[in-house]
Structures are given as structure tokens and as C-alpha cells.
Design a protein around this ligand. Structure first.
Ligand code: ZN
Length: 118
């Protein structure tokens, strides 16, 4: 069924989120990865030299494919809601679970966030 005539560009990337820093950008990227969504970070290259530029000096654009936009928005809504309820909570890079700030390891999969290589 060739239906890509009107579907101009299924691989087009759209901006899904504006992250405040590298950490947040990677956190969301990891979250999306647990949902099978491939995200790209724009602006990160500017911060290549860690330590030279303040971590909050620029924003990082999170890009996703158009086809993933809807799921991405759901994931982000969940993320922002949890963030609002518990600002110090953290998300597991491995399984995407939301962890209370008092947990050192992910309660769900036992992942240690401090040993994550960004
Ligand atoms: Zn986990």
C-alpha cells in the first residue's frame, strides 16, 4: 500500500522540548529511549567543553521524529507532572521509572544513577 505520496516527510524532525541543561536533556532522551523513541539533541555541541561554559548557559533542543511526536508529548507530560509534584525526584536512565529523591538506586531495576556515563 503505497501511501507515502501525501505524507511529505515521515522522517522529518520536530522540536519536542527545550531542556535547560545537558543533564535534563539526557534524562529526557533516556526516558524517550525506554519508549523506543529516538531523540536528537541540538545545541549540545556548543557545550562540548564541560567546565568552560556554565551548565545553564544555553538551552538544548530536543528533537524527535514527527511520527513520535504524540508519544513524546505523553512522556513529557508525565515527566513534567512528576517534576511538579516532586521537584527533586529523578528518572532512571535504564527503565524510565520515577524515583523519589531519597532513593540512591532505582527502586524498579536497581540502576545506580551516579554511575551513568552521560
Ligand atoms: Zn530503573
Amino acid at each position: 500500500m503505497p501511501n507515502d505520496n501525501y505524507n511529505s516527510s515521515p522522517l522529518e524532525w520536530v522540536e519536542a522540548y527545550l531542556a535547560e541543561n545537558t543533564l535534563q536533556a539526557h534524562c529526557i532522551k533516556g526516558l524517550l529511549a525506554t519508549q523506543g523513541i529516538d531523540a536528537k539533541l541540538h545545541g549540545e555541541a556548543l557545550m562540548g567543553a564541560v567546565g568552560e561554559i556554565p551548565i545553564d548557559a544555553c538551552y538544548i533542543k530536543l528533537m524527535v521524529k514527527v511520527e513520535d511526536k504524540e508519544v513524546t508529548e505523553t512522556v513529557l507530560k508525565h515527566y513534567e507532572q512528576a517534576l511538579k509534584n516532586n521537584p527533586l525526584d529523578w528518572f532512571c536512565h535504564q527503565c524510565g521509572e520515577n524515583n523519589a529523591t531519597t532513593f540512591d538506586l532505582c527502586w524498579h531495576c536497581g540502576h545506580d544513577p551516579l554511575h551513568t556515563t552521560l
